[in-house]
Design a protein around this ligand. Structure first.
Ligand code: NDP
Length: 295
């Protein structure tokens, strides 16, 4: 079984991006800039935002973090986004989710200039993705990272049956739509399952490529997987584990021990899809810079 090592691929990609950023600086005298806005003090979000800022700096990009109090009004947040939309030094804008109740996520998503929406959440970007204009949109980072893994591991996808479990706007839907495109790394027959799908195993067992984005620890067990399948585990779930210092550990949506015994290739959790998400955010920001400057 091949372990699809997202940690290694993300480091390779970051090294490649660092070289591109240095060349772009040389060429234009400017650097790509990513601004991340965080509203409130959710500890997990703070960790994600810190990691994003650190990764930006590692590859020579400009990183700005705007920290706003939990009682920030939607109007104030919209004003800040408007300013960033008009700031030439900002190539990517990201508002960390989840947001406090008084802020409507969709209103915020719509307010971000699609040309700076490096998360790929704006309907303009998602719509272009669905239509297959991948070079004219931003692909949301987690599905984009999975595409990169499939490509770098030379996973045969053409004509294969890909089953995606989960239909969220940030993972399941863009993922399934990507796998459907007529690209070298995709071109699959696609099935999407969700919480109302009866007998889910009947579908997952048909998958040549199984992508789980459910948010339920160890949901996909060995009896649900076809021998030889490629299994991509997007899930990040905390489960109690008294043997660790923190008292918990992270597991995916797939039962790794059982499924790795029959899969042909599989992503681990942690160290699979997770590290790719930030790497693709950097890639999207560099792409935004290149489009803005025509380089
Ligand atoms: P959501 O909660 O938004 O979506 C979960 C999806 O799974 C929904 O479509 C839901 O169906 C479906 N689902 C839930 N329960 C079942 C079930 N019993 N049977 C079948 N389908 C079910 O989650 P996200 O898509 O945002 O994230 C999914 C997982 O991926 C989470 O663990 C999250 O932490 C992780 N994640 C990891 C990232 C990474 O970088 N590695 C990035 C983003 C997310 P329905 O629509 O019917 O409710």
């Amino acid at each position: 079984m091949v372990i699809i090592d997202g940690k290694k691929v993300s480091l390779d990609l970051k090294n490649e991006l660092a070289v591109s950023v240095a060349a772009l600086k040389e060429q234009t005298g400017k650097a790509p800039g990513l601004t991340v806005i965080i509203v409130g003090e959710d500890p997990a979000s703070q960790v994600y935002v810190r990691n994003k800022a650190k990764s930006c700096k590692e590859i020579g990009m400009i990183s700005t973090v705007i920290e706003l109090p939990a009682d920030t009004t939607q109007e104030h947040l919209l004003t800040i986004i408007h300013e960033l939309n008009n700031d030439d030094a900002v190539h990517g804008i990201l508002v960390q989710q989840p947001m406090p109740k008084q802020i409507d996520e969709f209103t915020i998503t719509l307010a971000i200039d699609p040309a700076k929406d490096v998360d790929g959440f704006h309907p303009e970007n998602l719509g272009r993705l669905v239509m297959g204009y991948l070079d004219k949109c931003f692909v949301s980072c987690t599905p984009y990272g999975i595409l990169e893994l499939l490509s770098r591991y030379n996973i045969e996808t053409k004509g294969k049956h890909c089953v995606v479990v989960g239909r969220s706007n940030i993972v399941g839907k863009p993922m399934a739509n990507l796998m459907l495109q007529k690209l070298k790394e995709t071109n699959c027959t696609v099935t999407i399952c969700h919480s109302a799908t009866p007998n889910i195993a009947e579908f997952t067992k048909q998958a040549d490529i199984l992508i789980a984005a459910i948010g339920k620890a160890n949901f996909i067990t060995a009896d649900m997987v076809k021998p030889g399948a490629v299994v991509i585990d997007v899930g990040i779930n905390r489960i109690e584990d008294a043997s660790t210092k923190s008292g918990y550990r992270l597991v995916g949506d797939v039962d790794y021990n059982g499924v790795s015994a029959l899969a042909s290739a599989m992503t681990p959790v942690p160290g699979g899809v997770g590290p790719m998400t930030i790497a693709m955010l950097l890639k999207n920001t560099v792409q935004s810079f290149q489009r803005t400057h025509g380089v």
